[in-house]
Structure formats: structure tokens, C-alpha cells
Design a binder for this molecule. Structure first.
Ligand code: BDR
Ligand code: CA
Length: 312
């Protein structure tokens, strides 16, 4: 079993990623850390607990990490996810499980130190603030982390929040710079991949046909975030971003990429948060990430649908 900690800003696609992880026996989710991202921290902390409860995992601890990015002005994405971050499902009843009182960054440091070297994998689904803070306060944890699997960045698909940048990296470019410079093995699932994973009507219908509450919630949430995306891209479905990280852990053979250097733009106001990917190896900068660009999208949705069927 692979032990993971998920750092997340739910977010409908974050929620579906949590479902996929919880539904997968190959993975043990040790804790969830909420970070400010799609919506402010109070919301993401509440939303994460809601999703764990819905999936029947209220015993997994949820922590709150950083409330804002390291240096830039906070950017949120209510225009995609709605004011709650999880628009599309009934949110009238607040979650019953408690939020842990310990700060998520302090927890993360302790969790990595308490684990065996190489035992813990970190899955990052939002801005990289929490991990950047942890690495700054406790640089010794870098060599103890097995791998960081993150959704963020773009090469051929470029930006979704500015013309040059993807949201998770743009929302805290200085944090991303720290993470990409830390020497930890990184697996990056960028827009190049997630823009191939479209929530086409027939894929949502297959998920709906599962007939259980979590699959229903997934379809309801994805149908909401689709409203904006369909108009934006003109595609027949919206990109499904964050679950790609969990799918990579489960079935890496349906993805393809290269070990390359990825550097983060932190200075230019025009291209702040851009992932500068040396895909063709035209510099002597050392590879620091497995940058994924290919995915078998049908296999990905098949995996998602069969796994979500096993939840309540
Ligand atoms: C990323 O930004 C967020 O809006 C999504 O949850 C995803 O993590 C996609 O750019
Ligand atoms: Ca996210």
C-alpha cells in the first residue's frame, strides 16, 4: 500500500480526486491538508471534511495549512467553482467531523519526519504553499519524501488563469519555485494531460449509472464546473484536472512523459507562474521532474468509474 498525504483546495475536481483515492485499496490516505486556492481556506477545510464524510472516511484527519500565498496577492477561482468551491451539490448540512487544531504545515513536517525515509508520497492538488513552507522550516524532510505527485503547470496548453500560467502555479509561484528546486522526485500532471481528460456526456452518464451517492455527487459537481468551462473552451466536456494525479499512482502505464527540467517564472508580471519546461533539452539545466504529456483518456475514465462504484 502506498501511504499518501493529500494537500488540496476543494474544488469539484479535487473532490473527485479524493473520492478516487479513498476508493482505491492500493492507496492509504494518511491525512488531508486543506490549502487556500480555488476558494479561501475556511471553505476548503470544510469542503475536504464534507467529501471524506460522504465517502465514509470521517476518521481521516483534516488539517488546515496556509491561508494565503507566500508573496503574491491571493487569487481564487470562484468563477470556475462557484462561491462555495463545491457548487453543484447540497451543502446545507455542515460536516460533523472536526477540523484538527494543529496547523497543516507543522503536521506535514512531523508526518514526514515520523515516517520511514521514502515511505510517504505527497499528492498536491492546489497551490504549493504548504509544502514550500514545510521545506523552508524543515529542509531535512526533502530527502525523506518518496515522491511529490502534483497537478499544475502547462507546456503546450499554456495558461488557464493567465495566458502564460496554470492556476495552481500562478496562485503561488514562489512556493512552486521552492518545490521545483527542492531536489525531491516530482511527477507533474499539467494541463497538457488534463485537457485530454474531458467530462464528455457519455462519460458522465457512465458515472451516473453507478447509482451510488458518491458517483451522483461527482456527476453533480462536475456538471456545475462544466458550465463555465464549456463556454470557455468550446469543448464537449470540461477538463478533469486533479484526479489525474491519483490515476497516475494507480496506473502509471496509461500515462507518458519525460524527465525534464521545469523552472518557475517568479519575476515577469506578464508570465508570472509560467512553468518553463525544457522539453527538448535545449539547456543544461538538470531534469527535476517527470513531466507527463500523454494519457489514455478512456482508460482514465474507466478507472474512475469502476473505482467510484465501490464507494457508498
Ligand atoms: C487546477 O486549478 C484548480 O481550479 C483545479 O482544482 C485544479 O487543481 C487546474 O488548473
Ligand atoms: Ca485543485
Amino acid at each position: 500500500k502506498r501511504k499518501i498525504i493529500i494537500d488540496t483546495d476543494p474544488g469539484q475536481d479535487d473532490a473527485v480526486a479524493l473520492f478516487l483515492a479513498l476508493a482505491s485499496p492500493e492507496i492509504e490516505v494518511q491525512a488531508v491538508i486543506a490549502v487556500a486556492g480555488n476558494v479561501p481556506l475556511a471553505r476548503t477545510g470544510e469542503n475536504a471534511r464534507r467529501i471524506l464524510e460522504m465517502a465514509g472516511f470521517p476518521h481521516i484527519p483534516v488539517f488546515c495549512g496556509a491561508p494565503r500565498p507566500l508573496q503574491t496577492i491571493q487569487t481564487t477561482a470562484e468563477h470556475v467553482h462557484g462561491p462555495t468551491g463545491l457548487d453543484g451539490i447540497d451543502l446545507s448540512v455542515p460536516p460533523a467531523m472536526p477540523l484538527q487544531t494543529r496547523n497543516g504545515v507543522m503536521y506535514l513536517i512531523e508526518a514526514v519526519r515520523n515516517a520511514e525515509p521514502g515511505e510517504l508520497t505527497l499528492v498536491m492538488l492546489g497551490p504549493l504553499t504548504d509544502l514550500a513552507l514545510a521545506l523552508t522550516l524543515a529542509p531535512d524532510i526533502a530527502e525523506r519524501i518518496c515522491e511529490v505527485v502534483l497537478m499544475g503547470g502547462a507546456w503546450s496548453e499554456l495558461g488557464n488563469i493567465t495566458p502564460a500560467a496554470e492556476f495552481n502555479i500562478y496562485a503561488d509561484p514562489h512556493a512552486a519555485d521552492i518545490v521545483f528546486s527542492a531536489g525531491i522526485p516530482l511527477v507533474v500532471l499539467p494541463l497538457d494531460v488534463t485537457h485530454q481528460c474531458l467530462t464528455l456526456p457519455e462519460r458522465l452518464a457512465a458515472l451516473r449509472a453507478n447509482g451510488n451517492r458518491c458517483s451522483d455527487a461527482a456527476v453533480d459537481m462536475l456538471s456545475f464546473s462544466e458550465r463555465f468551462d464549456l463556454a470557455k473552451y468550446g469543448w464537449k466536456g470540461a477538463p478533469l484536472h486533479d484526479p489525474c494525479t491519483i490515476a497516475w499512482l494507480l496506473q502509471p502505464d496509461i500515462f507518458g512523459g519525460r524527465h525534464v527540467n521545469v523552472s518557475i517564472e517568479t519575476e515577469s508580471s506578464l508570465s508570472l507562474g509560467m512553468t518553463v519546461v525544457d522539453w527538448w533539452k535545449v539547456t543544461d539545466r538538470k531534469p527535476n521532474a517527470l513531466f507527463i504529456r500523454d494519457v489514455k483518456a478512456d482508460a482514465f475514465f474507466e478507472l474512475l468509474t469502476t473505482r467510484l462504484a465501490t464507494l457508498p
